[in-house]
Ligand binder design. Structure first.
Ligand SMILES: Nc1nc2c(c(=O)[nH]1)N[C@H]1C(S)=C(S)[C@@H](COP(=O)(O)OP(=O)(O)OC[C@H]3O[C@@H](n4cnc5c(N)ncnc54)[C@H](O)[C@@H]3O)O[C@H]1N2
Ligand code: MOO
Length: 394
């Protein structure tokens, strides 16, 4: 086993409280570069400016039904036809007349209501039918007015927002450039495909961290595999193009755990050095001398996931420009094994407004988390049935 960069085993700091660490990570960074991209490409991106409607919706009085636009009392004499996208009816509709109309077509001036085709008959140019209970007309601007703010800066564009932006007349959206992330996977014991030989194991954290990064609205720049070697780790921290470097493993105090001494040597400013939580205690957040953020995740895979939820995801959310939202809170049942002085992070299932512990913390095992809905944040003073924060896993 190669020695650590400083040649001796280290000592882990007692660590910051879980909630202060989470809050610090969430507020540490902010986005800097605005990009303008086509509306259709914006899904998953974060608005850098309010989304403001350029037009009214509907843009004109519109039929909500296929049928007949009528004026005055029936029966009505048929005087024309208007189709969606077609020319409007030329005249004001006079009392006792009707035009055949399609859903989405412009309603002629003077229309009292649109009779759906199912409730009327048209024979020999005369329409008869029962009065509709409602007008079946969508009025211009009843949904959106020009200048209306439809979504605020910081919103994550979803499918509906992309559709709405197009309806509201926009071709492009101003979004924040997503943070670029380099993932550095350390460990001489790791193999990356196939079945491991004796003493070796498959890398779980590379795929896991990639998924977290993407879900947080950031982009994986590259994934680097580094042996347990201080110089190689330093090179990986400095190389490539990234706003954030995530290092998996090497966070503890063993001889092969080089992250702390390497960060010291690079002049990094330690912002979170250990978190008072179980599992996931030896996680860290630092700002390197070159301005990059460094997130150190414990090598035990579930502890690494906890580090992702505690430091990485909130940091990336801030750098991506996402509006910060407090997680969902629900009452928790089961035994999360609360521990004095430590916040427990336990996988839970959510059902009917209630969270239930799947299993207490097993730092090296992803089995419970793999099928859980969320990770519950259980403070030391928690007692049965009390609500807890839930960090979603799906
Ligand atoms: N003397 C002490 N030893 C340890 C302490 C401590 O306080 N004092 N803390 C323990 C805790 S808690 C954790 S968590 C681990 C953290 O270890 P490292 O972050 O330095 O990671 P490694 O030592 O490299 O690995 C730990 C464990 O995880 C496995 N591993 C590592 N990377 C991966 C990966 N990409 N995919 C799957 N599994 C991985 C590795 O084989 C080890 O079994 O330290 C404890 N020790
Ligand atoms: O972070 Mo460690 O055991 O707490 O897995």
């Amino acid at each position: 086993m190669p020695p650590r960069a400083d040649g001796r085993p280290g000592r882990l700091s007692a660590g910051m409280g879980w909630r202060p660490a989470y809050d610090l990570a969430a507020t540490a960074g902010a986005p800097t570069e605005v990009q303008r991209i086509p509306v259709a490409d914006a899904v998953g991106r974060v608005l850098a400016a309010d989304l403001v409607a350029l037009v009214a919706l509907p843009g004109f009085d519109t039929s909500a039904m296929d049928g007949f636009a009528v004026a005055g009392a029936g029966p009505w004499r048929l005087v024309g036809r208007v189709l969606a996208g077609g020319a409007p009816h030329a005249d004001v509709l006079g009392a006792g007349t009707a035009v055949e109309i399609a859903t989405g077509a412009m309603v002629p001036a003077g229309t009292r209501a649109v009779l759906p085709v199912e409730v009327c008959r048209c024979e020999a140019g005369v329409v008869t039918g029962s009065e509709p209970g409602r007008s079946n007309i969508r009025l211009a601007g009843e949904d959106v007015l020009p200048g209306q703010v439809l979504a605020e800066a910081g919103a994550v564009a979803g499918a509906a927002l992309a559709g709405l932006a197009a309806q509201a007349g926009l071709d492009e959206l101003a979004v924040w450039r997503p943070p670029l992330v380099r993932i550095v996977v350390t460990g001489d014991e790791l193999v990356f495909d196939g079945l491991p030989d004796v003493g070796k194991i498959r890398d779980a954290l590379g795929p896991l961290v990639c998924a977290v990064v993407t879900r947080a609205g950031a982009v994986v720049a590259d994934v680097i595999r580094v042996r347990d070697d201080a110089a190689a780790l330093a090179d990986a921290l400095l190389g490539g193009q990234a706003d954030v470097v995530v290092v998996t493993g090497s966070s503890s105090v063993g001889r092969a755990d080089h992250l702390h001494p390497v960060l010291d040597r690079l002049g990094a400013r330690m912002m979170v050095d250990g978190v008072a939580c179980r599992p996931g205690h030896p996680q860290l957040l630092a700002r390197n001398g070159d301005g990059r953020w460094v997130v150190g995740l414990p090598g035990n895979p579930y502890a690494g996931l906890v580090g992702c939820l505690t430091l990485l995801e909130p940091l990336l959310g801030g750098l991506a420009g996402r509006t910060r939202r407090n997680p969902l809170m629900l009452p928790l049942s089961g035994d999360p094994q609360p521990a004095a002085g430590w916040t427990r992070l336990v996988p839970v299932l959510i059902d009917g407004g209630h969270a239930t512990v799947v299993a207490a913390s097993r730092p090296a095992s992803l089995v419970a988390a793999a099928t859980a809905d969320a990770v519950a944040v259980v403070e030391p003073e928690w007692h049965a049935g009390q609500p807890v924060w839930l960090l979603p896993l799906q």
